[in-house]
Design a protein around this ligand. Structure first.
Ligand code: AMP
Ligand code: MG
Length: 414
């Protein structure tokens, strides 16, 4: 049997995804959500020509000849603060003192920075002639009344949120977030609230998956642990089908397969694939119900479960929430050491990225077994080894997918 490649599995999943409906939420809750409609400006901003500097509003024709040796003297006829409307027209030979953000008075066409002038009683001496129109922000430079300024499908960043505030959108229409249920399966598992039993395996997946959902802005529901018995498993899976997504980890690798398949059938879940040609994460199953619930059978091994979330579940959730960019960003790095690999499956290697004067360097975080969660905890990237590759040599250029937290760095470049 040939398995889906990572790309085939991703497109199969995305074919079964539909975007969520829309909801109206408070402006301050909208960060990182996706706009569900175009937004037009309801005003001009700035509403009139404003000064970009503290200085003097003048008529350019008056000051073209000014030099520091032979300054031009103008009579100061007004003092305009931000928020005040000018009272006096600037006539030839006159100037108005003006503050940053204050409206440029009629008659004036240029603002001279205060640094390029000298105060001389009720006159001002202009020492430097800037270009006509200098230091003026024209009406509508930022927003033009009626223009579409933000479009449907844009992610709400702090800057976008600032524009929404400028156009007085206290409520914002965004795409809704899917509801997600998380279930861990296995007789050997010990819940976080249970006493430590040396013979059991602590349930990590529920919590790592919870955190991965939270990093997408989704707060999932934890259904707990289903033991490897058909009645309990069926009841928990059925509960999970009330959500938009059900993430069930464990129990889909070979051995369990025969046990799981009839149950999924009985619950009306159509399975689209059971395996993907990747490492870790080979036993990944995906199905859907007629009512639109997406069901992910994630591998039990904690790293495999997390890798599958990043490659398959996160893009599905992002598409449902209206995002256009579904996949984690990749960069090119130099490999710090040799890595051998078997051809046949795409490999996601846990690495840390550092930087030297030639760019990024990727270094493995250690043992790469799919149960070694510690090397996942230390990683800030996945290095991608394509299915056909047999590995790389130290110094080779490799592609690294950035994990969360890598939007920041220790030092500033500027
Ligand atoms: P399975 O896919 O059920 O065969 O599990 C594969 C491996 O992952 C086994 O060693 C399990 O003990 C382990 N495992 C399964 N579920 C979890 C979980 N929720 N947390 C931590 N390890 C798990
Ligand atoms: Mg199991």
């Amino acid at each position: 049997m040939s398995y889906f490649s990572v790309a085939q599995a991703q497109s199969c999943i995305l074919e079964h995804v539909s975007r969520m409906g829309t909801e109206l939420i408070a402006l301050h809750d909208s960060l990182n959500r996706v706009l569900a409609c175009d937004v037009s400006a309801n005003r001009n901003h700035p509403p009139y020509d404003v000064s970009a500097m503290d200085g003097y509003a003048v008529r350019h024709a008056d000051i073209v000849e000014a030099t520091s040796g032979v300054p031009v003297a103008l009579t100061v006829v007004d003092d305009i603060r931000a928020g005040a409307m000018p009272q006096v027209k600037v006539l030839p030979g006159k100037a108005a003192r003006i503050m940053t953000g204050a409206p440029v008075p009629a008659g004036a066409d240029t603002v001279i920075r205060v640094e390029d002038t000298k105060d001389d009683g009720d006159q001002v001496l202009i020492l430097v002639p800037p270009k006509q129109g200098a230091n003026i922000r024209p009406l509508g430079e930022n927003l033009r009344n009626g223009d579409v300024v933000l479009s449907k499908g844009m992610e709400i960043t702090p800057g976008v949120l600032g524009i929404l505030a400028m156009v007085k959108q206290k409520q914002v229409s965004v795409f809704a977030r899917p509801t997600v249920a998380i279930l861990s399966t296995g007789d050997e598992l010990e819940g976080i609230d249970e006493a430590v039993d040396e013979n059991k395996i602590p349930d990590a997946n529920s919590h790592a998956l919870y955190a991965q959902c939270r990093s997408l802005g989704i707060t999932p529901t934890l259904l707990g642990i289903a033991h490897d018995n058909p009645i309990e498993l069926r009841a928990k899976l059925a509960e999970g089908l009330k959500y938009d997504l059900l993430l069930a980890s464990g129990g889909v690798s070979v051995g369990h397969h025969d046990f799981m398949r009839p149950m999924l059938d009985a619950l009306g879940i159509t399975m689209h694939f059971w395996r993907v040609a990747m490492r870790p994460g080979h036993p990944l199953a995906f199905g859907s119900t007629e009512t639109g619930t997406l069901v992910f059978g994630l591998p039990g091994n904690p790293v495999a479960s997390m890798v599958c979330f990043e490659q398959f579940v996160a893009p599905a959730c992002r598409a449902m929430m209206g995002h256009q960019q579904l996949f984690r960003r990749t960069i090119t790095a130099r490999l710090g050491h040799d890595i051998k690999d078997r051809a046949g499956r795409a490999h996601f290697v846990r690495v840390t990225l550092s930087r030297d004067d030639q760019g990024y360097v990727a270094t493995s975080t250690g043992a790469q077994g799919s149960g070694v969660l510690l090397s996942m905890a230390m990683a800030n990237g996945f290095m991608l080894i394509p299915a056909e590759s047999e590995g790389f040599k130290a110094g080779d250029q490799v592609t690294v997918q950035l994990l969360q937290g890598t939007g920041f760095q220790a030092g500033a470049d500027l």
